[in-house]
Design a binder for this molecule. Sequence first.
Ligand code: PA5
Length: 437
Amino acid sequence: MSNIKLEFKYTGLDNKEIIKYTEKVGKIHQELHENKNKKGEFLGWMDLPTDCDKKEIDKIKKSAKKIAKDSEILLVIGIGGSYLGARAVIESLTHTFYNYLPKEQRKTPQILYAGNNISGQYLNDLVELIGDRDLSISVISKSGTTTEPAIAFRFFREFMENKYGIKEARKRIYVTTDKRKGALKTLADKEGYTTFVIPDNVGGRYSVLTPVGLLPIATAGIDIDKILDGAKFAQEKYSDDNLKYNDCYKYAVTRNILYKDEKNIELLVTYEPKMHYMIEWWKQLFGESEGKEGKGIYPSGAEFTTDLHSLGQYIQEGRKNLFETVINIEKQESNIKINLDEDDLDGINYISGKTMEYVNKRAMQGTIDAHVEGDVPNIVINIEKLDEETIGHLIYFFELSCAISGKILEINPFDQPGVEKYKTNMFKLLGKPGYEE
Ligand code: PA5
C-alpha cells in the first residue's frame, strides 16, 4: 500500500505549538467517534471504507459494466458534492487526455458532465459533442431538488427518450439520490430507473466514497475496491486520538494556527495537471465546511509551474495572508528524458540527460524555499505515487482533517446554510411558487 507523509518543517511552527492542541483535538476526536452513529450528525462518511454496503458495490460494478458495453459516453449530471469527487478521482487516475483518446484506446466510456452550471450554450455544445453516439446518464442529487441538475436532467431525459424511445431510455438512466425523499426519487420510482442510495448520514461533499462517486469512477475503468482499500488504510492510520501520532490531525491544527496568525488563505498546490479537479473538490470540501459565522480559511488552489507565471508574483511578494499546502507526488508513472542538442540554441543543454520529473522536483523545491523566504508557510503532503490507494487515502485524509479543523474553528463542518441565500433570491426572481415575497 503506497503511503502519504506530511512535512511541517516549512511552516515556521515549532512542534510544541502544534502539540498544545492535544487536549482539544482529543476531545473533538472523542466527540466525533461517540456521535458517529447518531442520527442527524452527518458522520456516516467516517465509516464508509470499512462499512460500505457490499450489495451496493456489486450493483455499481454491474451497472458500470453494462454502461461500458452499451455506451460510448457516460453523462454525469450533478453539482457540488454530487459532482466534484467523481471528476477529481477520474481525472487524477486516468490518462491526461482520457476523453480525447480514440474509443479503442480508451476502452471505457468517455465521461462528460452536465448540471453543474446554467448555461444553455454548454448543453447545446454537449449535444453536438455527443452526436449520434450511444450514451447513458448518471444523475446525482441528494436532495433531488437542486435546480442546476434538475434543468440538465429534464433536457437530457427528453433527449434520451427521443433518441432511444421511452423503454430503452429508462434502461440507460441511473439515479443516485436519497432513499426516500425528493423530486428525483419520485421520478426514478415512477420511471423505474436503476437507483442508488446516498446514505442519510453522509453529506454531499463527504459522499465521494458512496455511489455518488463510485458509479462514474467505476465506469471510467478505475478499480473502486482499491480506492476503498486506500481509504480503509487511512481510516486505520488516522484513528489515533493522540495528536502527536496523527498527521491528519496535525494538518488540521497547523492550518488553524496559521489562520490565527493572519494566514487566512490556503492554496492547495499541485505540480501535476491531473490533480486539477482534486483541488476543485478540496476547495468545495473545505470552503463549504468552514466558511461560516464570519470565520474560516479561504480555500484556493494553484497548479505549478503553470501558475508560477500568473499567481507566482503575488504569492512571493503580495499580501502576507497566504499559506500553501503542496501535494508532492514522489514517483511519476511516466516520464521524459531531455535530450542533448548539439547547437543548444535554446540554452537548456545543462539539463540534458535529466528527466522532466527531476526538473519538476527542483522547481518545487526552489518554489517552496522562495515562498517560505517570502513569509508564505508551506505544508507538504508527500504521496508515493498516483494510484487508486493513495487517492482513496487522500480523500479520507482531507475529509477527516476538514471535520477536525472545522470543529477547532468551532463551526459546524457538516451544514451549508449560506448556500441557500442565492437560491432564495434566484427563486424570487424566477417567481418560484412560495418565493414570491
Ligand atoms: O456538499 C453539499 O452538500 C453540496 O455541495 C451539495 O452536494 C450540492 O449543493 C448538490 O446538492 P444535491 O446533491 O442535493 O443536488
